[in-house]
Design a protein around this ligand. Structure first.
Ligand SMILES: [Zn+2]
Length: 238
């Protein structure tokens, strides 16, 4: 029964997503996930406190995205509050998000400043093949993943935005240390029923990093433009 319910669940989600993208009428829902918050400050280094940067940048990205009439933005965290990963993913899934973007800062043992994009790694799927289900939608055979690893189901789409986002961050920082997005087992991306990426938007350990309005404005342009591009390319391909 559980498996049957899961198939129904994924089928309905796939149907809704396809329907919305095909018609291009419904709004694309972006879930912005500002990292940390409350008692969890994230990285604290050189006067920078990550939880505040994550929140402020998410708000600016959200404001820019909201100017696009086809996009609706929801936030997993508003204000300086503690939010568990579980509550973030429930919020994202209940909000019928079409894309999940978690905003963080990095800290690396180099003075260079750069951004890194993370996404799940298919090899980390912690489930036996017996748990994988197959079903048909029209003449297509589709594999269904159990809900506990739903994020892996959307990995190809996550890979599209992750690659493009990494390239744009590299151009922005004029740094090519990170050639490709990094695949990692990230708990916050595993249970979400939508494509998802986590961005470390800067290296807080770099002395060249300045947390000023100019930086917020230009990095938020890079990220919001990539999100808009992701949806417009999906509209073309669906
Ligand atoms: Zn973080």
């Amino acid at each position: 029964m559980k498996k049957f319910l899961f198939i129904c669940f994924i089928f309905i989600t796939t149907f809704i997503t396809t329907f919305v993208f095909t018609l291009g009428k419904g709004k694309h829902i972006v879930v912005l996930d500002p990292g940390h918050g409350g008692s969890d400050s994230g990285i604290v280094i050189g006067g920078h406190i990550e939880k505040y940067i994550d929140l402020k940048l998410s708000e600016i990205i959200g404001e820019k995205l909201s100017k696009n009439e086809n996009i609706k933005v929801i936030y997993t965290r508003e204000g300086d509050v503690d939010d568990s990963i579980k509550s973030r993913e429930i919020f994202a899934n209940n909000g019928n998000g079409n894309l999940f973007v978690s905003i963080h800062c990095g800290s690396y043992l180099t003075d260079k400043n750069f951004g890194v994009v993370y996404l799940l790694n298919e090899n980390d799927i912690d489930v036996s093949s017996a748990d994988l289900l197959e079903g048909n939608i029209g003449d297509k055979t589709i594999k269904f993943f159990p809900f506990k690893i739903a994020g892996y189901y959307f990995l190809p789409k996550s890979e599209n935005i992750a690659t493009s986002m990494q390239n744009s961050l590299n151009s922005f920082y004029n740094s090519y240390l990170i050639k490709k997005p990094i695949h990692l087992k990230l708990r916050v991306l595993e249970n979400i029923v939508m494509p998802g990426i986590l961005i470390e938007v800067c290296n807080l350990n770099s002395e060249s990093f300045t947390e000023d309005d100019k930086w917020y404005d230009s990095i938020s342009d890079v990220i919001s433009n990539e999100i808009i591009k992701f949806f417009s390319e999906q509209n073309k391909n669906e």
